[in-house]
Unconditional design. Structure first.
Length: 120
């Protein structure tokens, strides 16, 4: 019963943060789909980045206690597209923090995170 409650709370936390639109002044937002799945999972991460001349790199990180991966994509400032995505396959069970970071010439400009749960 306790495990069911924990999974329910984590699912609610994942679903509560799925807004995908950028609003005034927001540089970055991400969506993880599905937020909860059975292993081995295929997961899609979509980042919405507001084009800006200072944007140079978009970095994705996915981390849990026993698994970690990262990828980087070059951004072309104002000419860069708004929507970026990456897909992970065969993700093992665990609770993951999914983070996207927009990096400029002077360092990180914005970070957005979501929680993802993969169950056995």
């Amino acid at each position: 019963m306790r495990r069911l409650v924990v999974v329910g709370v984590l699912l609610f936390a994942c679903l509560a943060g799925t807004e995908a639109r950028l609003t005034g002044g927001q540089i970055l937002n991400i969506r993880v789909s599905p937020a909860m799945a059975r292993e081995p999972a295929a997961v899609k991460i979509v980042a919405m980045v507001e084009p800006d001349e200072r944007n140079r790199v978009l970095e994705f990180k996915v981390e849990s206690a026993g698994y970690a991966t990262a990828s980087r994509m070059e951004l072309d400032g104002l000419k860069a597209r708004r929507t970026w995505e990456t897909e992970l396959r065969d993700v093992p069970h665990g609770t993951y923090e999914v983070t996207a970071t927009v990096i400029g010439a002077d360092g990180p400009r914005a970070t957005a995170s979501r929680v993802m749960v993969i169950v056995p």
